[in-house]
Design a protein around this ligand. Sequence first.
Ligand SMILES: C[S@@+](CC[C@H](N)C(=O)[O-])C[C@H]1O[C@@H](n2cnc3c(N)ncnc32)[C@H](O)[C@@H]1O
Length: 189
Amino acid sequence: MKPPVILEHIQLESEALGFQMVSDPLTGSLLKTLAASKPGGTFLELGTGTGVSAAWLLDGMDEDSQLISIENDATVASVAKKYLGHDKRVKFQIEDAAFWLNQVMNQKFDLIFADAWVGKYSYLEQALGLLKPGGLYVVDDMLPQPNWPSVDHVSKVNELVSILENTEDLVMTKINWSSGIVIATKVKR
Ligand SMILES: C[S@@+](CC[C@H](N)C(=O)[O-])C[C@H]1O[C@@H](n2cnc3c(N)ncnc32)[C@H](O)[C@@H]1O
């Protein structure tokens, strides 16, 4: 793996903040690889956190690509802004992702990394509706994780997988690797 140079700093600050929800390096490497497959691409991240996954995405994106990353916690997002905010390809938005999804218009994405509850376990239809044909919807933490909410999360995960499997215009794969990844591609039906 070739991690983004800035990652070490972001990880140190994440630890200092006690922010433990950062993406695993394998997921990061996958995101970078997928980002590189979309030259001039438009990317959306729901749940910036401290910017670990955004750093990987930006590392894979070419100069003509754009990333919008949404986070409702200004404290954790300040780490992402500090280390990545100078990059013209990224726009960090401090906002409730549900509010953002409800009002977004005329924007479509080549890749959506849905890494918050919103866009994954709620507002899924809105998120999927933003994919371009050929666009990728990516989620991680689909295998049991120490930080999963204790109450009934397995059934939430199973429900999400089932919806994605049964959505007509998606072609999806479940990957038993890293923290558990699902990738779905939007197709024309
Ligand atoms: C799993 S963490 C994101 C980690 C980050 N993507 C990474 O890989 O390092 C989920 C993030 O979603 C944020 N979040 C939760 N609910 C949200 C909402 N409704 N709108 C925006 N962000 C939200 C949390 O504050 C948290 O930082």
